[in-house]
Write a protein that binds this ligand. Structure first.
Ligand SMILES: [Mn+2]
Length: 265
């Protein structure tokens, strides 16, 4: 009965199959996907069919997954997807914005969380968004306004600004400026230098903005330039940049053991 978490797959089906073999996934195991299961890579629908062959899985949504849901929303509504595609769509639509694995006290999110959030706040804000994505009328409205530039959390935010801010944090956060605002342009390494043209911005990775996070470990993906390294034991990145020719990373939640597979797609 193992629990495994897998990094950003981005449609790399052959690589994912190999990683699952390496992890030795078998009956009773659960595979958590950290988000960006689709987007960029070659076989998006194939990935969403493959996960259904796993003994058990949980999806955490990333920015590319949300974009995929938006792109195919109308076809899903108008029932113009094939039956297989529609089932695949519904699997993704049922995904979460955050998952907590109690036994290992692990919080899993695609990009990160806001430095001031507790575990309960994170799960409750994620649930607010999940309810919208599962409600046809609200989802339809959300896909019209989609990603916005809300770059700083305030509990008093309301309406779509609130929804977009929560989504920006959970699925897009990387760096915070010295004024505690998210920088959505920066995709470079954790330590910006002048040659990345961001050396003057005084940016700090979100996970360095707090010393003691509210659970044993936070696992996230989204930031390929970290190459799976944060330099911290409590904050674990598993985006090995597979779709960019890097590796797909998996990790056993119970033991912390890492598995890596070179891109095979
Ligand atoms: Mn992402």
């Amino acid at each position: 009965m193992g629990n495994y978490v897998v990094g950003d797959v981005h449609g790399c089906l052959n690589t994912l199959k190999r990683l699952c073999d390496q992890c030795g996934i078998c009956d009773g195991d659960t595979v958590y996907f950290i988000g960006d299961l689709v987007g960029k890579g070659s076989d998006e629908w194939g990935i969403l069919e493959f996960i259904d062959t796993l003994p058990s899985y949980q999806l955490i949504l990333g920015n590319h997954d949300l974009n995929f849901l938006r792109t195919h929303f109308r076809a899903h509504q108008e029932q113009s997807l094939t039956e297989r595609q529609d089932k695949a769509y519904q699997r993704l639509q049922a995904g979460s914005l955050a998952k907590w694995h109690a036994k290992s006290d692990t919080l899993m999110v695609h990009a990160g969380i806001w430095p001031g959030w507790s575990l309960a706040t994170t799960m409750s804000l994620a649930a607010e968004v999940e309810a919208i994505l599962k409600d046809t009328s609200l989802a339809s409205q959300y896909y019209e306004v989609f990603f916005g530039d809300e770059n700083q959390w305030h509990a008093q935010l309301i309406g779509w600004q609130r929804v977009r801010c929560i989504i920006n944090i959970l699925t897009r956060i990387r760096m915070l400026t010295s004024a505690s605002k998210m920088d959505f342009d920066y995709t470079g390494p954790a330590n910006p230098t002048s040659d990345t043209n961001h050396g003057d911005k005084d940016l700090t990775p979100w996970y360095q903005c707090r010393a003691d996070w509210p659970c044993q470990q936070i696992v996230f993906g989204h930031w390929a330039m970290l190459k799976g390294q944060t330099g911290r034991k409590d904050i674990i990145n598993i985006d090995g940049g597979c779709v960019y020719g890097g590796q797909l990373i998996g990790m056993c939640l119970e033991t912390g053991e890492r598995f890596t597979t070179d891109n095979m797609d």
